[in-house]
Design a protein around this ligand. Structure first.
Ligand code: PLP
Length: 374
């Protein structure tokens, strides 16, 4: 039996055909027809006027912060429960991440804490330069509340939708909510280009300026002329071809991951001490990863016991994101709460959720967990 990974790539003949088309046409470059088409197709899907294909989600977040004007010395609110890239990009631009706790009913950034923090800082005349939201494990943050608060204090919002392509909030696509949104096509995401990312925005001029910065800020003249310091952040035409094929199967992949989530819920929800990541009523997640909370006193074993039991069968599972305020590298970052995210981390486990996972593998996971129950 082959190893069951947490969220492996799911690529097929369409991706292969498009990749070979890129190869055979000799567009082996960080530009070309597949890059242009991939940008158009993602923009259409997200219902935004412009998109920019980049070498990673991290690169897209970095450029977005620069274009939002974040400066050295600024503070930027970031959820503490996320992958570290969300905060690292704040550090790249010389600003300081301020780590905000999760809402226990969605696991995404707590809108009440964001409102309190903005009110407190407004009174002191030191509002943050931006808020970065994260659509965690494919579930959107609570945009009605967050956008209302941020509009009141004129704080721009950057949406880190790296994990959430295909999710919706109030029937609108993830990625379309902030001044800019970011997707990742890293190998473990719901669709992948092996590595890659996309910046999207309702502001086409922001995307144009990002495009300029992503190609070493080269001026449009024949010789090499530069007025600003840029980056080499573009996505290769070969990888964009793979991304186009993946995008065509996005809805199927969301449907499949939702079915996996339903399978886990049907088999495990009744077990005392097991709870699932809550699904908020305001939208539809893409169910990128199915995550559970394990109360070891009630269940009879902890998340790590489950992880090890699955690992013994060559099945990968993983603790939920370790909150950034508990990461040594961000030990000095200011925090707003943190107990909710810490408690999710103590009990949280991400179960294998790949869209190719077989029914037999799903049963092996749920049966193994079942045997550990008291
Ligand atoms: C929430 C979040 N933000 C940012 C990233 C960074 O994306 P990338 O790996 O494409 O740089 C990831 C995933 O990798 C992520 O999960």
């Amino acid at each position: 039996m082959t190893r069951v990974y947490l969220s492996p790539p799911d690529v097929g003949n369409e991706e292969r055909r498009l990749l070979l088309d890129a190869f055979d046409s000799n567009w082996i470059a960080p530009l070309g027809p597949h890059v242009d088409a991939f940008e158009r197709e993602v923009a259409e899907r997200i219902d935004v006027p412009a998109a920019l294909a980049l070498s990673s989600g991290t690169a897209a977040l970095h450029l977005a912060l620069i274009l939002l004007g974040i400066q050295p010395g600024d503070d930027v609110l970031v959820p503490t429960q996320t992958f570290i890239a969300t905060a690292n990009v704040v550090t790249y631009v010389g600003a300081r991440p301020v780590l905000v706790d999760s809402d226990p009913t969605t696991w995404t950034i707590d809108p009440a804490l964001v409102a309190d923090e903005l009110e407190r800082r407004a009174r002191q005349g030191r509002l943050p330069a931006a808020l970065v939201t994260v659509d965690l494990y494919g579930q959107c943050a609570d945009y009605d509340r967050l956008l209302r608060t941020c509009a009141e204090f004129e704080v721009p919002v950057l949406e880190d939708a790296a994990e959430a392509l295909g999710a919706t909030y109030d029937a609108r696509p993830a990625g379309s909510f902030g001044s800019a949104g970011v997707f990742s096509f890293n190998g473990n995401k719901i669709i992948t280009t092996s590595g890659g990312g996309m910046l999207v925005s309702n502001d086409a001029s922001l995307v144009d300026r990002a495009r300029h910065l992503s190609t070493q800020a080269r001026e449009p003249v024949v010789h090499y002329e530069h007025l600003a310091v840029g980056f080499n952040y573009r996505l290769s035409n070969l990888l964009a071809a793979v991304g186009r094929g993946q995008l065509r199967g996005l809805d199927e992949r969301v449907t499949r991951r939702r079915a996996i989530n339903e399978h886990y819920r049907a088999a495990l929800s009744h077990l005392p001490g097991i709870a699932f990541m809550p699904v908020a009523s305001y939208g539809h997640p893409n169910y990128w990863l199915s995550c559970i909370l394990v109360d070891s006193d009630i269940f009879g074993a902890g998340g790590e016991d489950i992880r090890l039991a699955l690992e013994a069968l060559d099945i990968e599972s993983r603790p939920t994101w370790k909150p950034l305020h508990l990461q040594p590298v961000y030990a000095d970052a200011p925090t707003v709460g943190g107990a909710v995210a810490a408690s999710i981390f103590e009990r949280g486990l991400c179960l294998p959720s790949g869209s190719r996972m077989s029914a037999a593998d799903l049963d092996r996971v749920t049966e193994t967990i079942g045997t550990l129950a008291r």
